[in-house]
Write a protein that binds this ligand. Structure first.
Ligand code: COI
Length: 355
């Protein structure tokens, strides 16, 4: 056992599994690296923080997160620089967001020394798990959940914060086909839409399943009040290019503040592209399509990065968007983002963290 700072201890695995895996060809989220970070909150304070071999965690059926979903998570990625060094993309943004989500779910905040320092130590230890072929990357999943042994509904007194990581390939292998739903909503004003909490994702599954049954990949979500304004698509933020302007729904409180969204909008603005964050109705998109002014639509998310949207079904009619080779905005920003994340170009935003 090694103590790397006053808080974090490391127990290395005696048997690395990396040689048994093809980390450059792993399906999304099925293979996990050798180690995980586990931190415990009890008696009003953070207790031990340890990095240990990836494995089972003991749970009892009374575990409160299983009953009431007091659980939040994050997603970020580690890349390998041209010199072979591990790079993290915007970990501070994930750190801030997990604590915003935790606040919304009445959970204590996670200290920076645990989230950021623990993350860095873990990824340094499992750096060999970062794929070195383009299109593959090490996806990192911090999770934070209530661990009281109690079925009384109240904010828990005890929690676990865990980080695991997984070498992954592309999240979508093809451009995405969406269907607008007015049968289900993802979030309502005053709800948890802006938090990255487990329940938001569970609540989306039935709509997603029905979309797939109809031949689409995901749902295009509308607002929960008027069923009119576009919010997100599948598990991503969404943007449209209409008359050479990139338009994306403003963060009204029902939409997740995506880190990829923020990065893409920053890059667009710096490229001189006009960006509007505002309410955008599905009818505005449909009208732009009818007159030929809708040139692109794309999703933005950590797992999916920038995902071209090929089709949007609205009121039973497919809007078929221009082919990918005609899309200059999303393709350019995707390339810029990848070049920054992989250290191929030096950035001045302070986004890339070299380990
Ligand atoms: C991400 O994009 O990182 C997410 O958390 C979405 C998840 C469904 C993979």
């Amino acid at each position: 056992m090694q103590i790397v700072n006053s808080q974090i201890s490391i127990e290395k695995t005696s048997h690395s599994r990396i040689k048994e895996q093809d980390i450059n060809n792993s399906p999304f989220g099925k293979v996990f690296s050798d180690h995980m970070l586990v931190a415990t909150y009890e008696n009003d304070s953070w207790q031990e923080v340890k990095i240990i071999p990836y494995g089972n965690i003991p749970i009892r059926p009374s575990l409160s997160a299983l009953h009431y979903g007091q659980a939040v998570f994050e997603g970020l990625k580690a890349y390998r620089s041209p010199m072979g060094r591990p790079l993290l993309f915007r970990p501070q943004a994930n750190y801030k967001r997990i604590n915003k989500s935790a606040f919304r779910l009445c959970m204590p905040s996670i200290p920076e020394e645990i989230f950021i320092d623990g993350l860095k130590e873990l990824i340094k230890l499992d750096a060999d798990w970062i794929p070195d072929q383009s299109n593959s990357v090490l996806y990192i999943r911090p999770i934070y959940f209530a661990t009281d042994e109690s079925v009384g509904l109240k904010p828990a007194n005890s929690y676990k914060f865990i980080i695991i990581s997984s070498p992954v390939g592309a999240y979508y292998s093809e451009p995405v086909k969406l269907i607008v739903t007015n049968k289900y909503v993802r979030a309502c004003e005053g709800g948890t839409g802006a938090a990255k909490c487990a329940g938001n994702y569970a609540g989306s599954l039935l709509a997603d399943k029905e979309a797939k049954q109809q031949g689409y990949d995901n749902v295009l979500w509308l607002d929960g009040k008027e069923n009119k304004y576009i919010e997100e698509c599948g598990t991503m933020n969404v943007a449209f290019v209409i008359n050479d302007v990139v338009i994306t729904p403003q963060l009204t409180g029902t939409i997740l503040g995506g880190i990829t969204r923020d990065s893409a909008l920053t890059l667009f603005r710096d490229m001189g592209v006009k960006v509007e964050e505002r309410l955008i109705s599905i009818d505005e998109v449909a009208q732009a399509y009818e007159v030929g002014n809708l040139s692109e639509a794309f999703g933005m998310g950590t797992a999916a990065t920038i995902a071209h949207i090929s089709t949007i079904n609205y009121q039973g009619k497919d809007m078929i968007l221009p082919s990918i080779d005609q899309r200059k905005y999303a393709s350019q920003v995707l390339q810029k983002l990848e070049d920054i994340k992989t250290g191929k170009v030096i950035e001045s935003y302070g986004w890339v963290c070299q380990l």
